[in-house]
Design a protein around this ligand. Structure first.
Ligand code: ZN
Ligand code: ZN
Length: 389
């Protein structure tokens, strides 16, 4: 198809720009909500290419929406950019590649938007690793006029579909009473014991959970000295499931575990919801099939494993509940043991493997947008599936 050949050669022409972008973000790792340099670099590049850029959307200073195309489009395609890094590991999740490939796809499609009657957006999404920036953007209604949302995440496998669990994070504080642990234990209330009981209660509860449920946590405060009965102790937990109703049930029962721990020790408890509620991934199969055909046409081999294995949570899940979405992955290297959130993955994301992934992802994303702009039947099938499932 001529338009597809055109976007492929446009990405090839933009090779230096896209790889420089990816490497800039990689060399300036910034944590969730603090991605000022990365966001500035991306918005500057998009402005240079005459995108209309709105910064600070959804109340998040490092979020942005960049738009190009006709006033009354038949279709609006959003490419999602992520650009936050991990504490101490830098870009070990390869979000620099997500940023560069989404920008690359938008720039590749841009010259043909008038002819196609379409519109593209790059949605700059902060804080994937912590907090869930996309959830704020969904709540602000930024995806209301979007027909499809796409992004490619680097991985150790090339796959089209990956499930993601709904998740709720909780912070739990127990308040007791300090006392000398040997001389006056009867005058104390042990907050650390309440935390330990909370874990014990949850461990018993866990035996009866469905296979998709996950509950896991850490102790963040456990007292200050062994001869002082801890008057304060705290823990953080994540609760996950594919099913939002079941997640809510799990949360109610986890709260009962915390309250029981407080009752048993005489401590008081305060339970806080941390961040937003992550929703499960609703992958659009029709959109995924289009993307897969394009990726394979570019010579990439897809190795789809069972989707519900080795799954975590992502704020892309919340986007997928309001707009047809895909979140495919591209293998960064040919070594399956190089998995994300490792130092080796960070190194690959900033080197030649990352450069390859950016160009491949940008091309396949742009080609999928071309499918949506040129094929009304495909558009309708994507929409129908979204409304049906
Ligand atoms: Zn990550
Ligand atoms: Zn990631």
């Amino acid at each position: 198809m001529p338009f597809k050949d055109e976007v492929i050669s446009t990405v090839d022409r933009l090779k230096r720009t896209l790889n420089t972008t990816s490497r800039f973000v990689h060399l300036h790792p910034e944590l969730a909500y603090e991605e000022r340099e990365s966001a500035h670099y991306l918005t500057t590049l998009l402005k240079t290419h005459h995108f209309e850029v709105v910064e600070g959307v959804g109340g998040l200073p490092t979020a942005f929406v960049a738009t190009a195309g006709v006033e009354q489009p038949s279709t609006t395609v959003a490419f999602l950019a992520e650009y936050d890094a991990l504490p101490s590991l830098g870009h070990a999740c390869g979000h620099n590649l997500i940023a560069a490939s989404s920008v690359g796809a938008a720039l590749a499609v841009q010259p043909f938007l008038s002819a196609l009657g379409g519109r593209v957006q790059v949605v700059g999404c902060p804080a994937e690793e912590k907090g869930g920036g996309k959830i704020a953007l969904v709540n602000a209604g930024l995806f209301a006029d979007i027909d499809a949302a796409l992004l490619v995440h680097p991985s150790n496998r090339t796959e089209i579909f990956k499930s993601a669990l709904a998740m709720r994070a909780l912070r739990v504080e127990f308040f007791g009473k300090a006392s000398h642990a040997a001389a006056a234990p009867h005058l104390g209330v042990n907050a650390l014991d309440a935390v330990i009981l909370a874990f014990t209660n949850l461990n018993a509860f866990r035996q009866q959970l469905r296979g998709d449920a996950r509950i896991h946590g850490i102790i963040t405060d456990g007292g200050r000295a062994p001869n002082i009965i801890p008057d304060y102790a705290a823990a953080r937990f994540c609760i996950r499931s594919f099913d939002l109703d079941y997640l809510h049930d799990l949360q109610r029962r986890a709260v009962a575990c915390f309250e029981a721990a407080a009752t048993a020790t005489g401590a008081t408890v305060a339970i806080h919801e941390e961040g937003e509620e992550y929703h499960a991934m609703k992958s659009n199969r029709t959109l995924g099939a289009l993307f897969r055909a394009n990726l394979e046409a570019l010579g990439e081999r897809v190795e789809q494993t069972p989707e519900d294995q080795e799954t975590g949570s992502t704020d892309v899940g919340n986007v997928s509940q309001v707009v047809p979405t895909i979140h495919p992955t591209i293998a960064l290297t040919d070594r399956p043991d190089v998995a994300c959130h490792s130092a080796a993955f960070a190194e690959a994301a900033g080197g030649p493997p990352g450069d390859r992934a950016v160009l491949l992802a940008a091309k396949a994303l742009a080609m999928t947008a071309i499918d949506l702009f040129t094929d009304p039947t495909a558009r309708q099938q994507v929409r129908e599936e979204f409304l049906r499932v």
